[in-house]
Design a protein around this ligand. Structure first.
Ligand SMILES: NC(=O)c1ccc[n+]([C@@H]2O[C@H](COP(=O)([O-])OP(=O)(O)OC[C@H]3O[C@@H](n4cnc5c(N)ncnc54)[C@H](OP(=O)(O)O)[C@@H]3O)[C@@H](O)[C@H]2O)c1
Length: 256
């Protein structure tokens, strides 16, 4: 598997805010050329402006990941202007808290369309391009919430579990094409996404710490990048716990 050396081209989706924005700045500070995607043109332009002080460069490429055609056209534009993408971090996504009352087809479809289908919309044309070159790396941002069903995250957790399952399924085949596929499972990170949570989030991380762990993981050959370590161990243990204890713990830890 190729080890990533700098300076190279990275495409980051969901780069206008939170983890994606901080990662774009981190990678530009490490001399990467960053193609930054999100819907908000103003936020992407502000990010590109901020990168002018850094050794690398950030270029804004606005698009909506839920629009399959728009993403295919965008990828061609990125590769024409910046060069072949060496690494893609498919990070665009959102969290909407739900309850038994609000978990309906319309709400679940909207969340799945962004978190799951939006990621696949990026993954499919990327694989096509990287396969032709027999090179490239793709990292899909899922979540520790994809390990198990947590209170208030029925649709979100399902969308993230679907991403973990998808990456596990594709990894063996992609490795035969020379494409490295990783899944990123963060715990709670301080971003606009978690600012709406009303409960006290265990092991909440600063976004800079999360991005440092993420960046380190990207240069490794590990399939799963997960942080913070103690929280990911707890979440792994929850997966195998008898349900009586599992519900006792999740109700106390993750309810408002
Ligand atoms: N924060 C956490 O604790 C945490 C934990 C585990 C996993 N995650 C995952 O990490 C990723 C980033 O989360 P975050 O906390 O950084 O959230 P955030 O601050 O809300 O950022 C979400 C990003 O996704 C972009 N986005 C949303 N809809 C989009 C669309 N249709 N097309 C293109 N871009 C779109 C947003 O930009 P625009 O609105 O401008 O499009 C924004 O840049 C998400 O996938 C999230 O599920 C976060």
């Amino acid at each position: 598997m190729p080890v990533i050396t700098k300076p190279k081209i990275v495409w980051i989706t969901g780069a206008s805010s939170g983890i994606g924005r901080a990662l774009a700045l981190k990678m530009a500070s490490e001399e990467w050329t960053v193609a930054a995607t999100a819907r908000s043109v103003a936020n992407l332009n502000a990010l590109a402006e901020e990168s002018k002080m850094l050794p690398g460069v950030i270029y804004p490429f606005a698009a909506d990941v839920t629009d399959n055609h728009e993403i295919c056209v965008l990828l061609d534009r990125i590769e024409t202007s910046c060069g072949a993408i060496d690494l893609a971090v498919l990070n665009a996504g959102t969290y909407v808290a739900d309850t038994a009352k609000t978990t309906c087809g319309k709400n679940v479809a909207a969340l799945m369309q962004l978190n799951f289908v939006g990621t696949v919309n990026c993954l499919h044309p990327l694989i096509g391009k990287m396969r032709l070159r027999s090179a490239g790396a793709i990292a899909v941002v899922s979540s520790l919430a994809g390990y198990v069903g947590l209170p208030g995250a029925a649709a979100y957790g399902a969308s993230k579990a679907a991403l973990i399952n998808l990456t596990e399924s594709l990894h063996p085949e992609l490795s035969t094409y020379g494409i490295k596929l990783q899944v990123i499972n963060p715990g709670f990170v301080k971003t606009p996404l978690t600012a709406k949570n009303k409960f006290s989030m265990p092991f909440l991380m600063e976004v800079e710490d999360a991005v440092n762990a993420l960046y380190k993981g990207l240069s490794s050959n590990k399939f799963e990048i997960t942080f913070p370590t103690r929280f990911s161990i707890i979440m792994k243990l929850l997966k195998y716990m008898p349900y009586k204890w599992f519900f006792f713990i999740t109700k106390r830890l993750f309810s408002a």
